[in-house]
Design a protein around this ligand. Structure first.
Ligand code: PXP
Length: 258
């Protein structure tokens, strides 16, 4: 199992002060030394964290391959094609969201043109999709290289069932409060992820997963045989505040390669 580490939140911290520190490029070398396989970053239309100069410097200097997440926006795609990361993961994007909320709508305008433009620039294309067989079949017909299965539902159910989130101000009000119901839904969610990962792999797609994965909930996902890579950001950067990015990354690698 490979680990891609999403470093957007290093830039989030920098943007909190609107200065030059901390520098996401510095993280890339630490991730490399810690054994990560890839650096993931998201160039958002509102540039709330990563800016194109980050993408430029990181692509020019990183010893690790770069997985760039972005929306199907012609302005962003033109920038990306000029900088040429190794892979682009197309994601949905809403200005008002805190983080990527769901999988990509495969009826998004310009999707096929965007995929073809990226491929013409020798950039691998992955689609961040909700885990359903329909989304996988449609992704295959778009002739992309890979899909990344959205694990947000797994993460939310896990947090409501097994942490103190239900008693906090950030509780997820739309979820059941009854733990036995949450656990049953969690089991069903895992079975669905396994089934979808297998289906995608049999459809000749590379299969990745991510969103909301952390040190508590990652092991069952890491044990799904058809998934070859996890992209994880928030939990690793959060833990690195207390134990440093090198140790936080190594700890995650140890868990997912168990
Ligand atoms: N994969 C994709 C496609 C994402 O959009 C994100 C969030 O930016 C992640 C993985 C990482 O999610 P998290 O920060 O919750 O680990």
């Amino acid at each position: 199992m490979l680990l891609g580490v999403n470093i957007d939140h290093i830039a989030t911290l920098r943007e909190a002060r609107k200065i030059h520190d901390p520098n996401p490029l510095e993280a890339v070398f630490i991730l490399h030394n810690a054994g990560a396989s890839q650096v993931t970053l998201h160039l958002r239309e509102d540039r709330r964290h990563i800016h194109e100069e980050d993408l430029f410097h990181i692509c020019a200097n990183s010893p690790l391959p770069i997985n760039l997440e972005c929306a199907c926006s012609p302005e962003i795609i033109d920038i990306v094609c000029s900088i040429k990361p190794h892979r682009v993961t197309l994601v949905p994007e809403k200005r008002e969201e805190v983080t990527t909320e769901g999988g990509l709508n495969l009826s998004t305008p310009y999707l096929l043109q965007t995929i073809n433009q990226l491929k013409a620039h020798d950039i691998d294309v992955s689609l961040f999709i909700d885990p359903t067989e329909e989304m996988i079949a449609r992704s295959q017909s778009l002739q992309v290289d890979a899909v990344e299965l959205h694990t947000g539902e797994w993460a939310n159910l896990f947090a409501m069932a097994y942490t103190n989130l239900p008693r906090m101000h950030n509780t997820l009000k739309s979820f059941p409060q009854d733990r036995s119901i949450l656990k049953a839904q969690l089991d069903a969610c895992l079975e669905n992820l396994k089934k979808c990962a297998e289906f995608a792999s049999q459809s000749s797609l590379q299969v990745y997963a991510g969103h909301g994965l952390n040190y508590q909930n990652v092991i069952p996902i890491a044990q799904i045989p058809s998934i070859t890579e996890l992209n994880i950001g928030h939990s690793i950067i959060a833990r690195s505040i207390f134990m440093g990015l090198f140790e936080a990354t190594k700890e995650m690698i140890r868990l997912i390669q168990r």
